[in-house]
Design a protein around this ligand. Structure first.
Ligand SMILES: *Cc1c(COP(=O)(O)O)cnc(C)c1O
Length: 201
């Protein structure tokens, strides 16, 4: 078997949103490297100091990102999972170029075509990816949040198909309630919060 065929285990992103650093530190001390947050200001307050002392920690922005926060996000995060518009892509490209960073990008897809949800529709993916290429963004894969109270299986399957169609390697899918199913469909980044930190209040 060639190296490229060896099964790679999915990475676990410990989603630490709403939890204070005292709850997060035990994981860091244990050597955990990937953490997820969904708000820029909270993340800057919580993580700026420790990221300076431990640059090996990787921070993932998994929430909706407003363009006026991009300037701060590109300084802190190593991955952004929620790119869903050309406007946002453009802003990230501009801001990260100023500080010579190359953030890893997921395109967030709204496979359920839910009105209120973030993410682009499947039929717009091609256009956004082409645009990101033009901007020299480092798009590594797709992210989705399946509709609540529905069997996620069909959405995970759709994501795997997207990944194959666009020949990208990474999938960000699977949360506390459905991560095992996500692994069945080749997820490479699991975003797990409450199963690690307990319920959020
Ligand atoms: C909060 C959050 C998670 C983690 O959810 P849990 O159910 O606590 O594991 C994963 N992904 C996103 C986008 C989130 O906002």
């Amino acid at each position: 078997m060639s190296d490229s065929n060896i099964l790679t285990l999915p990475k676990i992103i410990a989603v630490s949103k709403t939890f204070k650093m005292d709850k997060i530190l035990p994981l860091i001390e244990h050597g955990h490297l990937h953490f997820g947050e969904n708000k820029v200001q909270e993340s800057v307050d919580k993580w700026s100091e420790i990221k300076n002392t431990k640059p090996e920690i990787k921070l993932h922005m998994i929430g909706k990102l407003q363009t006026n926060k991009v300037k701060f996000a590109v300084r802190l995060f190593d991955y952004i999972h929620s790119v869903d518009s050309s406007k946002l892509a453009e802003k990230i490209a501009t801001e990260q170029q100023k500080i010579q960073r190359n953030i890893k990008i997921f395109i967030q897809v709204n496979l359920g075509n839910e009105e209120q949800k973030s993410g682009i529709n499947k039929n717009e993916v091609n256009q956004l990816i082409e645009y990101c290429k033009k901007l020299n963004l480092n798009v590594i894969g797709f992210m989705c949040i399946p509709p609540f109270n529905e069997d996620p299986h069909i959405y995970f399957k759709g994501m795997r198909e997207l990944k194959d169609t666009f020949k990208l390697n990474q999938l960000s899918m699977g949360m506390s309630s459905d991560y095992l199913k996500a692994i069945d469909f080749q997820s490479t980044y699991l975003r797990i919060g409450s199963n690690i930190f307990g319920a959020r209040t």
